[in-house]
Ligand binder design. Structure first.
Ligand code: HEC
Length: 115
């Protein structure tokens, strides 16, 4: 028992700490687009990205919607807005990198729904 607590416990604890660290690192990298989305887009597109019928925002988690729209189209909507709708231009509100990250985040919502 003594051997157990001296050897095994520190090993298990060390492993747990290491994997927690690497998990939070991966989450930090991925969440750049997610936090932009929550801050600037979720009020119209929904926290889950499913959109609201009442204001005609698309369902980003629908694989069919994802397949019907190219990256170029979506980037243009984010950058220039969609004329005549509530979707405004984010060109002066976000950096190019932030727009790319948020687009990647929108794409990730579609691949999650497929599984
Ligand atoms: C004030 C409400 C509002 C906000 C804030 C908003 N959107 Fe939209 N968005 C809309 C509406 C409404 C549409 C649907 C436009 C239409 O009818 O084609 C839309 C459509 C889109 C589309 C699809 C365009 C297409 O080609 O179908 C994308 C992509 C998008 N928004 C991304 C974003 C991102 C990214 C953000 C945050 C940086 C954001 N939106 C913030 C209202 C909003």
């Amino acid at each position: 028992m003594k051997l157990f607590s001296r050897l095994v416990v520190p090993l298990v604890l060390g492993g747990a700490i290491l994997s927690a660290l690497s998990l939070s690192y991966a989450a930090g990298k991925k969440s750049e687009g997610a936090s932009t989305f929550m801050e600037k887009c979720s009020m119209c597109h929904g926290i889950d990205g499913k959109g609201y019928e009442a204001i005609h925002t698309p369902n980003f988690t629908d694989p069919k919607w994802q397949a019907a729209h190219s990256d170029k189209e979506l980037m243009s909507a984010i950058k220039n807005g969609v004329k005549g709708t509530a979707m405004v231009s984010f060109e002066d509100k976000l950096s190019h990198e932030q727009m790319v990250d948020v687009l990647k985040y929108i794409r990730s919502l579609g691949s999650k729904a497929k599984k």
